[in-house]
Design a binder for this molecule. Sequence first.
Ligand SMILES: *[C@@H]1O[C@H](CO)[C@@H](O)[C@H](O)[C@H]1NC(C)=O
Ligand SMILES: *[C@@H]1O[C@H](CO)[C@@H](O)[C@H](O)[C@H]1NC(C)=O
Ligand SMILES: *[C@@H]1O[C@H](CO)[C@@H](O)[C@H](O)[C@H]1NC(C)=O
Length: 529
Amino acid sequence: MASCDLLKLACADIFHFLARPCRRGKSRKLPARGLRVLLLKCVLILAAVAGIGVTLHFSQAFRPRSPDPIRLPEVGNGSWTAVGEVEGVEEEQPADATTRPEPATRRPEPTTQPEPPTRPEPTTRRPETSPSPAKSPSKGSRSSEPAPAMAFTDSVHVCFCSDDTDWRPVAAAINSTLQNAKRPEKLIFHLITSPELAEVVGQVLKEVLPVLRRQLQVHSSVSLQKRIKGQISYRKSSGARKGLASAFNFAPFYLEEFLAQSDHALPKRLVYLDTDVLLLGDVERLATAQLHGLPAAAVEDCSQHFDIYIDFGEMAGLGTGRHFPAIHESGRVDPKECVFNRGIFVMDVLEWKKRQITRDIERWMAKYRESKKDIYKFGMSQPPWLLALHGKYHQLGAEWNCRGLGREALSLQELKALKAELKLSFKELQKVGARAMGDQAQPYIASCSDDAEVLHFNGKLKPWRSNRWVRRQPSPMCMVKAEAFPSLPRKSVAGKTFVRCADIWSNFLSPEAAQLLNATAVNFYKVNA
Ligand SMILES: *[C@@H]1O[C@H](CO)[C@@H](O)[C@H](O)[C@H]1NC(C)=O
Ligand SMILES: *[C@@H]1O[C@H](CO)[C@@H](O)[C@H](O)[C@H]1NC(C)=O
Ligand SMILES: *[C@@H]1O[C@H](CO)[C@@H](O)[C@H](O)[C@H]1NC(C)=O
């Protein structure tokens, strides 16, 4: 319908333009600007026609909201080579992280064990955030949708941050979360994105997953996005990918600020998920986990240590300064301490605000901006997160972040550990597809997927782009229970069952939904190119 309107509008304009010179008896020479306008209209018509071709329903997504067509979102400026080429927001996997220590070297008792609760949670929370229907959202911010009928504070709130035009990963992540929740009707999803994308992403996701008409809120804020962008400094020398300098890589630290700009009461708990995950467990268990008075919960990852991300030598030379949270403040940071991944975390909103975690993160970011040397390596959002939350997070079980499912290979050390863990010989693993490739083995083989609550497809081999890599690269393999995912092709060896990790992902996004989302992304890109 909207496409037809667009067509009519454009046609009327063109007709008007051509007719005007005749009426005035002037020559029909088209000025250069007129030509440009005509060309733009043609592009819009083509896009509209394509929109009708793809789906009769979904044409609304291509409707420009204002006289100006929607502009390209600012993703690290000029990284828009093609849709799908756009970098995800997940943190870099440092090169040396492939030398994963064997499980046996895991520290038995983490020294970052959270301290007991300092004081009981106040019974009267958030006086400042009582719902005020009269209040209009602050200037430059938008938050979609009327209040869901259910009690907002009683809901389970799940947040994603992205300004990618490709929403296939988000759709699959949301679908998996709904499918595996005991009480899916309690979930409310929050999508934090750029103002340019907010309307389109809301529409397409509701089209694909109709329950989201009541259970999705899209948030964007020009001012907050600008504030975040102002904190970020990118240095090529640090070894971090440029895509990581996106404001949406840091937006997870500002969840409660994005949500506070809507008219709803601020939830007590927020679950943050990277877009490249699937939930196989009940997300409500995450949202209601006992955090012992701590501001966040996350999963420890002993395949990486603090010194991968932080140059302690450079850091020592800087001094910590009066206004910086001292690196010693929350107990000494041992460079060999395990990191805790930022990809999945639970935020206790009140405690996070009370302890001013966002301010601490910003201070560590400021330290990076001001230092001459690269005090942080590989990651961009991971180091400030690690430093600000060191000693202040509750450890979730490892099953809440089964990582590496998009990785290309196993290091020989990892292979050795895997063989020991599964009691499989290399010959047996070869039946799953394993082969030696120099000092590595392909494909990546995950055993954590066997009893995982969260699957995390970090790495280059994103399942939704498998058409790009499937011919040159074997898919990572995921060990699963024999009865799990009965419809997927599988390989069994010595009583262990393996499926392609990418197939598990595809299981949560129908081909029709994937096609619609892909077409939308491609069209959005074309219209705005
Ligand atoms: C991005 O582009 C804007 C305007 O085109 C410019 O002001 C800004 O400095 C650029 N940012 C980066 C990180 O290149
Ligand atoms: C959601 O996941 C279910 C279960 O795997 C699947 O059958 C369904 O097609 C998915 N929905 C969409 C819209 O992709
Ligand atoms: C997405 O659409 C583009 C353009 O139509 C196409 O080339 C590409 O193969 C599609 N990708 C998938 C995974 O369907």
